[in-house]
Each structure stands twice: as C-alpha cells, then as structure tokens.
Design a protein around this ligand. Structure first.
Ligand code: MRU
Length: 358
C-alpha cells in the first residue's frame, strides 16, 4: 500500500536516542524532520500539533516516556519508576481529548510494573520494546481497518473526509484514509472531497497533500461546502477518524465532524467512523464525559492569514473537537471488524478482556 513511501510520521532512532517526527505544522510547504530527545520538546511537539492525530500522539508519547528513562542515571528500580511517572504525567497533560495518548502511557506503565523484579537496564529495554510494539500494532491495525472499510465502499464512489486521518496521523496507512489507499491499489477510482478543516487546516495542508502524493483524486473544499457536494450527489460515503469513542458510540473527532454527520443523515449518506481499538474508551459512558480541548484564539483570528482578520479583542470560542451522537454514526470500523448500532452491544464485542476498564 503506497501510503507514505519511506517517510514515517513518528519513529524512534534508537541508536541516536531520539524521537523523529515530521513537523506537520510546516507541511505541505516544507518536509522537515525533527529529532527530539528532551521530554519538554516532545511534549511541546504534541501540544503544538507538530505530531498529531490520535494514534500518532500515542506512539510519540510512548517513545517520549521511554526516552525519558533511557537516558536516566537512576540506579534502582524505584528511582527509575519515579522518573517514568513524572514523564508520563507531563506527556499525558499535552492534549486531553484523544484517549490514545493516555492509553499508550498507561500501557507503558503496566509494562514497567510487570518488570518489577528486573534490573534498571532490563526495565529500559522492556519499555523500548513496549513502545515499539505500540507502533507496530498500530501499523497492523491501520491495514486491517483499511480492509474492513473498503468492504463498505463501491467503485468510483465520491468520498468525503474531514481533518487528516491518514498516514501522517498514525504509524502508517491511516484510519479513515486507509481504505482509500487500498482502493487505489485495487483500481476503485475514488473521488475524494477533503474538508479544509478550520482552524488548523489539517484537511487542506495534510489530507490534500498526502492523497495527492499517492495519486488519489482529491478535491479540496471549505468546511461550509460539504452540503452542496452532498446535495449534488457527489458523495456516497463520509469517512472520518476518531479521537475517543465512548461506550455508547458517541464519538469525538476534529471540530466540524458532528455537523457533517448531521448533514450526512439529512442527505441519506452513510457516515463511517474509523479507528483502532485503542481509541475506544469503555470507561467513558457517553460523549458528555469526553474532555474537549480548547485551544488559543489566535488559531482562529490570525494563524495562516497574512495579517490578522478578526477585530482585536473579539471573543473567540475555539474547541478543537466535537462529539458526534452515536445515533448519527452508521458504523464504527476497527481492526477487529465493523460495529453497527446499538453500539452498547456491538462495541464490547470489539474488546478483549485486557481492553476493559479495571
Ligand atoms: O487536532 P488533531 O489534528 O490531532 O485532530 C486529529 C483528528 O481529529 C483525527 O481525525 C483523529 O485524531 C484521528 S487520526 C487517525
């Protein structure tokens, strides 16, 4: 599947002891690789969306937590564990909505706890292996999501997507975009509409770029143009990623997703949410319990503009995500299959005992 060539959005250079990411704030004008080793730089990269997308920030945080202890001079397990937990808390606080961040860090902590009887060097190696496993499993999950997702689509279909849920947002292939890469390989001839995704333009800067690079037919639209392309019959399915799926199927994703779901329902278009099991949060009963990140007003008033567009001092509401009601979601597609409503019954079937809240 030609979903990234040799580029990876996030990877560990173990020899150099650095986390390597593509600085997504500079795309598509410049492809700059950042090589980060300091905990605060890694946290800043997550907060500033240099690395972004739910699975990718989980992987980056896992590597960040590993690197924090990799270079530690702690001589015993307790001292190392204390350093790990401090690093974990810093990284977990970078962004609140995508559950993959805390999921990956909790998984790292469980590995640390399971290595109780080991020496410091062995614990470090175990944490490296766990972070690598998180990355590798995400890659496999994205491939499987692509297969399941493609089974719902037809040849020549118009597809609408929002934000960026492609290889940039994951270890490889993406979630919502994975079926499109597979479809490209198999000659499906999709025509994709990418919402620009105000205010940070993940659709215009990232999705339009990565699909174009892969030779997929992509048309960029402003967020407020989704209705006209749907009304004209140009869209047969909406595919979006997710940042946290509550136990009842309510789904947090990039701001604007919920409005798209309302439109899709109005026009009778299936609305599919694609994401790995690591984005399901069975401990979160409904969307009302999902924390929604709010970001600085400048992202709305001046970022990307040659000069500020909004009056000085204007009040700004800048939520980075919204929650789509489960009732508007046609199916939730994970690496383990396709869940249909009622999600209170279908989502638990996606989960292994180890995935359930303790
Ligand atoms: O703020 P971002 O760019 O990290 O938001 C990303 C999204 O909302 C994605 O759709 C989601 O994380 C899924 S990525 C496979």
């Amino acid at each position: 599947m030609p979903a990234a060539g040799s580029l990876r959005s996030v990877r560990l250079d173990e020899e150099a002891r650095v986390l390597e990411i593509i600085d997504q704030t500079l795309l598509p004008a410049k492809t700059v690789l950042l090589r980060l080793s300091e905990l605060e730089d890694i946290r800043e990269a997550i907060y500033s969306l240099r690395v972004r997308g739910a699975p990718a920030i989980g992987i980056a945080a896992a590597y960040g937590a590993y690197l924090a202890v990799r270079t530690s001079s702690a001589r015993d397990r307790e001292a190392l564990a204390a350093e790990f937990r401090a690093a974990k808390a810093r990284l977990a606080s970078a962004r609140p909505t995508a559950v993959n961040l805390s999921w990956a860090l909790d998984r790292m902590e469980r590995r640390l706890d399971a290595s109780r009887d080991r020496g410091v060097a062995e614990i470090k190696a175990a944490l490296r292996d766990e972070a690598e496993a998180i990355r590798a499993e995400d890659e496999a999950s994205c491939r499987a999501i692509g297969e399941h997702g493609l089974s719902l689509l037809g040849r020549g279909w118009g597809i609408l997507t929002h934000c960026n849920a492609g290889w940039l947002a994951t270890s490889r292939y993406g979630t919502a975009l994975a079926p499109l890469y597979l479809g490209r390989e198999r000659g499906y001839g999709f025509r994709v509409f990418a919402d620009e995704t105000r205010p940070l333009l993940q659709g215009a800067r990232l999705t339009a770029w990565e699909l174009g690079q892969a030779g997929i037919d992509v048309t960029l639209i402003c967020d407020n143009m989704a209705s006209i392309v749907m009304k004209r019959g140009l869209v047969r399915a909406v595919l979006v990623g997710c940042d946290r799926v509550a136990a009842n199927g309510d789904t947090a994703n990039k701001i604007g997703t919920s409005g798209l779901a309302v439109l899709a329902r109005h026009y009778g278009i299936p609305f599919y949410v694609l994401g790995p099991v690591s984005t399901l949060d069975p401990a979160c009963p409904t969307g009302a319990a999902i924390p929604v990140e709010e970001r600085p007003p400048e992202e709305v008033t001046e970022r990307w503009y040659a000069r500020r567009m909004a009056p000085e001092g204007v009040k700004v509401f800048n939520p980075a995500f919204d929650v789509t009601d489960a009732g508007l979601v046609s199916a939730i597609i994970t690496e383990r299959g396709i869940a249909r409503p009622p999600y209170g019954e279908s989502l638990p079937r996606m989960l292994a005992p180890a995935d359930l809240p303790k």
